[in-house]
Design a protein around this ligand. Structure first.
Ligand SMILES: Cc1cc2nc3c(=O)[nH]c(=O)nc-3n(C[C@H](O)[C@H](O)[C@H](O)COP(=O)(O)OP(=O)(O)OC[C@H]3O[C@@H](n4cnc5c(N)ncnc54)[C@H](O)[C@@H]3O)c2cc1C
Length: 447
């Protein structure tokens, strides 16, 4: 295929967002007959799924405290459900298991899930929570749990396989995917801020609209577009806070316990839902009984044949550097700087044993080796979906986004001039307008 010098739409990034946008855009253009579906090019400096989408845990869930996030997720779950085979999607459900300090928040999540028809069961009280969990996994033993929200939809997808499935759909719809090509800059018009071409390591592609779906690399493009690295935020009392850093990196700690995934079957021999436990019960070492923490902690885990074991993670940590100093490349398991440590393995395996007896003594099976990855977060840790410089649409999911397979469908509509209500709460101007999302008492920055 000759390198294109022109395309109506150039989409940067062959991860979940770039490819979902490309696929939906091509399908919509084909359906509406308003242009050529062969005029969409996806560019990636690596390959398909070479960013965060290729290393994600792949969990798809809806337990968000923020109404706008919850509705957005419900929309995305429908897209996952539309073709589970191609998306390698396992609808095993998801459980949010919480202590008393989170009960009020989770109750409100359950109430609002009911209101939007998203199927879930909610169990309250310590005794009933224990009974519910033991009814599913008879070795359940986590202490001080007073609520269980069991989402019947959601689950997880095999990270890379799902993105390849998405790429197949995009190509079948007419999209050209060009890998091994780095975007190096933008060509700008003389009379406006609009971008008229995308400069790459293989030449410039003149275009009418650009989508940036660059995951942890979003800041590179933000800088190329001369967008501000410090912003003012109005809080809920109307007070202005100046000079907030626009981008903050967090490191996602994840790992794999190398046991047969069947090890985690339920009492009736099925695969259990993805389990997420937040707890304020003291966490003790599974090796010597010493106290690891008496502060709030959280973990998630699932049996996963793709990872060949029990895969999951714990709360991420903030990278203590200005975003300008963070080396995103080399990314993921190739990063010399950002990897999970023995400390993570010890905490996570101890927490697994805290929750289920079958994990006691299993730390010896932890897969040592590189894992986890960087995520680039917005100032409030919620996504930004918005147009900048007239014709550049930025999808900055604040590292929530593997599950957001449906965002591309919504963005494609906005590219074609139809504004979508589900995206409106995620505009950039929410910071200056003080229209922020409510925050929860979860220890994770994305709940
Ligand atoms: C360890 C980990 C676990 C996670 N687990 C989950 C989870 O369970 N559930 C969930 O919902 N989310 C999860 N996330 C978050 C999720 O993976 C991301 O939010 C999502 O994948 C981002 O998708 P994207 O398409 O925006 O970016 P990416 O998948 O990162 O794709 C961006 C692409 O842009 C390309 N690119 C970058 N710069 C250039 C350039 N200059 N020129 C050309 N191409 C370029 C990259 O090569 C890359 O392929 C996790 C993240 C991490 C790190």
């Amino acid at each position: 295929m000759a390198f294109p010098t022109k395309a109506k739409y150039v989409i940067i990034g062959a991860g979940i967002h770039g490819l979902s946008t490309a696929w939906h855009l091509a399908e919509k253009i084909k359906k509406n007959g308003n242009g050529s579906n062969n005029d969409i090019v996806v560019i990636d400096k690596g390959g398909i799924a070479s960013g965060a989408s290729g290393i994600a845990c792949g969990v798809v869930r809806n337990n968000y405290f923020q109404p706008a996030m919850r509705e957005l997720m419900a929309h995305s779950v429908k897209v996952w459900e539309s073709d589970p085979k191609t998306f390698h999607y396992h609808q095993i459900g998801y459980m949010q298991i919480s202590p008393e300090s989170m009960r009020k928040d989770v109750t409100s999540i359950y109430e609002q899930q009911k209101a939007i028809g998203y199927e879930s069961t909610f169990i309250e009280g310590e005794k009933d929570s224990m009974k519910y969990m033991k009814g599913m996994l008879d070795d359940w033993q986590a202490k001080d749990i007073t609520s269980v929200l069991h989402e019947k939809r959601g689950g997880y997808a095999n990270n890379t396989a799902a993105i390849y499935g998405l790429a197949d759909k995009a190509e079948a719809a007419g999209v050209k995917i060009i890998t091994g090509t780095k975007v190096t800059g933008f060509k700008r018009g003389s009379n406006s801020k609009a971008v008229t071409g995308v400069e790459t390591s293989k030449g410039t592609i003149d275009c009418e609209q650009v989508v940036v779906g660059a995951g942890p690399w979003v800041k590179t493009f933000w800088d190329m577009l001369d967008l501000p690295n410090k912003i003012t935020i109005k809080d809920k009392n109307g007070i202005l806070h100046k000079d907030n850093p626009m981008w903050i990196y967090w490191f996602l700690t994840e790992g794999v316990l190398g046991v047969d995934p069947n090890f985690q079957k339920t009492n009736d021999g099925k695969m259990p839902p993805v389990i997420h436990v937040d707890s304020d019960a003291p966490l003790h070492s599974c090796e010597d009984g010493s106290l690891i923490t008496d502060k709030m902690w959280g973990i998630y885990y699932k049996p996963d044949f793709n990872f060949n074991g029990i895969q999951g993670g714990a709360s991420p940590y903030k990278v203590n550097k200005s975003a300008n100093e963070v080396n995103v490349d080399p990314y993921g398991i190739d990063s010399p700087e950002f990897q999970t440590t023995d400390e993570f393995a010890h905490m996570w395996c101890s927490a697994l044993a805290h929750c289920q007896k079958r994990f006691e003594g299993q730390i010896k099976n932890y897969h040592a080796g590189p894992s986890g990855g960087l995520g680039c977060f917005t100032p409030d840790a919620f996504p930004i979906f918005d147009r900048f410089c007239e014709n550049v649409y930025i999808i900055a999911d604040s590292n929530h986004g593997y599950k957001m397979l449906g965002v591309g469908e919504l963005v494609a509509d906005e590219m074609l001039g139809k504004e979508r209500d589900l995206l409106k709460p995620f505009r950039f101007n929410r910071y200056e307008k003080g229209k922020l999302h409510p925050t929860s008492s979860s220890p994770f920055p994305w709940s």
